[in-house]
Design a protein around this ligand. Structure first.
Ligand SMILES: N=c1c2ncn([C@@H]3O[C@H](COP(=O)(O)OP(=O)(O)OP(=O)(O)O)[C@@H](O)[C@H]3O)c2ncn1[C@@H]1O[C@H](COP(=O)(O)O)[C@@H](O)[C@H]1O
Length: 159
């Protein structure tokens, strides 16, 4: 587990954190089909299609920019480590900037995943079907036992 994360005391961790989280988020998004206009998700599911599609592209771009910021700060940190001997405070400050940029990258990545899940829900692609797409790309050695697969005829339709 990352040193940046924790499970609240007294709570039992699920067997897979990310699977449980994605499933819960996808279920919330699906449930927002029955919500009112005050729900942002509902607006993305039923409003003009351009809105969620533009959000996916915009947020993906923000991931790219956030990652570039991490790169720039890493270059600064390495330079500090090489040239700022005796100036531990400068090195520590550079390390904190890397850390902050990495936090921002994670934040933008979550925005992409949320909007991607909304787009999948909007067009009726459920999580199992999405998993099957990813599973098809794995080698037999990589693919977990019992992993869902795409039926022939639906494989590589996008190519
Ligand atoms: N995970 C998310 C989530 N991630 C990002 N967002 C929204 O996505 C938008 C991100 O776009 P921006 O950063 O550009 O913010 P913005 O300028 O307000 O966005 P726009 O109005 O320009 O589209 C913000 O409005 C965020 O609130 C999310 N909105 C909802 N969820 C989840 O979906 C659930 C249901 O949300 P509602 O439909 O709002 O009830 C929530 O409880 C959350 O669990």
């Amino acid at each position: 587990m990352s040193e940046k994360t924790y499970v609240p005391e007294g709570e039992v961790a699920p067997s897979s954190q990310i699977a449980t989280t994605i499933e819960a988020l996808a279920a919330t998004i699906r449930a927002r089909r029955d919500a009112g206009e005050e729900s942002y998700t509902h607006q993305l599911l039923y409003g003009p299609a351009d809105k969620p599609l533009k959000k996916v592209m915009e947020e993906a771009g923000e991931v790219g920019l956030a990652a570039k910021d991490v790169e720039s700060e890493l270059v600064m940190l390495r330079a500090m480590e090489h040239h700022a001997h005796g100036h531990e405070a400068l090195v520590a400050a550079a390390g904190e900037r890397v850390d902050a940029c990495t936090d921002h990258l994670r934040y933008e990545a979550a925005d992409v995943v949320y909007h991607l899940l909304v787009v999948l829900e909007r067009y009726g692609i459920d999580l199992d079907e999405f998993a099957a797409e990813l599973n098809e790309r794995m080698t037999d050695e990589e693919r977990p036992s019992g992993a869902v697969r795409l039926k022939q005829g639906h494989v590589k339709r996008g190519k």
